[in-house]
Design a protein around this ligand. Structure first.
Ligand code: AHG
Ligand code: MN
Ligand code: MN
Length: 334
């Protein structure tokens, strides 16, 4: 390898622009701006404990969850970056009840809308555990120049033109897809650039890790209880018992399993009859990354990307990871 040659995120998205004959660089600009916002959020997270950024903001979001100060910070940073890109006409995020419609005359002409979980796993932030940001990009349905409406944001996941996540872990990485494979970039703090470190990411068809909050066991549907027992049984052919790993940060749990092979499960339970994770800005983007790396994502019955969302904050049971493991889970649920 030529150690003098680095490919930055910006170089890479510009190079890949030719994969989109209909686009004129707009998507590249949007991805550049997401990368910049991620660096700003990363800086702040790195200083948690030193500056007044840990703990609750005192507000409760639309989900009825306590907002952390960093939830609010990340939400503002990403929204401002998307507005500044000039290519985005509106944003929907976990932290806002309704979609935010950009009304200035440039943004109104933007081709894309973005759905985001600005800070995922935020309850972990006070304890120095990895967190993430998740994004999903759609082409707008309403004509350019008009104000975007709710229907622009609740499109079927298969309509995503790009999706990805940032993981603020032992290193900071940005992983994204434009429907043509998955690529990962690691932030080099010395030059402040995301550099291509994980080209063409592929997830193994089979894995040995299962990731689920087993504390909810008694509330799970019987198929999931049986699947957990299956994971714990001894079987040399399939390498069972499997290993259990659960951080409680979707991005981190999913990212580890993507690299190593495994499955992430968040089923419905008696306390959360629709599951916990949000279809539009958590499940869909992660599902696209899963599929584009050779894995799969399901709600237990059907492909996540085929579900037509009824509303912005709709929840869904969520299973994502190695494709043979997802198939097995669907069999147990059936
Ligand atoms: P968020 O911080 O955006 O609200 O998301 C938290 C999510 C997700 O990251 C994680 O997989 C899940 O909540 C963990 O839930 P439990 O604590 O119920 O296991
Ligand atoms: Mn989340
Ligand atoms: Mn969040």
């Amino acid at each position: 390898m030529n150690s003098y040659k680095i490919t930055t995120l910006n170089d890479f998205v510009t190079l890949r622009q030719k994969d989109f004959p209909y686009a004129k660089g707009e998507l590249s600009s949007l991805l550049h701006h997401i990368g910049t916002a991620a660096k700003i959020v990363n800086k702040k997270i790195n200083k948690a404990g030193l500056v007044d950024i840990i703990g609750r903001s005192g507000e409760v979001n639309i989900q009825g969850e306590n907002q952390q100060k960093l939830d609010v910070f990340a939400d503002k940073v990403f929204i401002n970056a998307l507005l500044a890109s000039g290519e985005c006409c509106g944003v929907a995020t976990e932290e806002n009840q309704n979609e935010i419609v950009f009304t200035d005359k440039f943004a109104r002409k933007g081709k894309y809308v973005v759905c985001m979980d600005p800070l995922d796993g935020s309850s972990n932030i006070d304890y120095n555990v990895s967190v993430g940001s998740i994004f999903s990009i759609y082409r707008r349905i309403t004509p350019r120049g008009e104000k975007v409406t709710n229907e622009d944001f609740i499109q079927e996941g298969s309509k995503q033109v790009a999706a990805g996540y940032v993981i603020y872990g032992s290193s900071t990485m940005l992983v994204y897809t434009t429907g043509n494979g998955v690529n990962g970039f690691t932030l080099d703090p010395s030059i402040g650039e995301f550099c291509l470190s994980h080209p063409c990411m592929r997830t193994p068809d089979d894995g040995r890790i299962y990731s689920i909050n087993e504390g909810n066991y008694i509330y799970f549907p019987s198929g999931i209880k049986k699947y957990i027992k299956y994971c714990q049984e001894k079987d040399e052919d399939t390498g069972r018992p499997y290993t259990s790993r659960y951080i409680g940060s979707l991005v981190s749990d999913f990212h580890r399993n993507l690299l190593m092979g495994g499955v992430f499960l968040y089923p419905q339970n008696e306390n959360a009859p629709e599951g916990k994770l949000r279809l539009v800005y958590e499940c869909n983007p992660i599902a696209l990354i899963a599929e584009q790396s050779g894995g799969a994502a399901s709600n237990g019955q059907e492909r996540i990307l085929n579900i037509i969302p009824g509303s912005l904050h709709q929840r869904s049971p969520f299973y994502a990871g190695s494709k043979n493991m997802i198939k097995k889970i669907e069999e147990f649920i059936a």
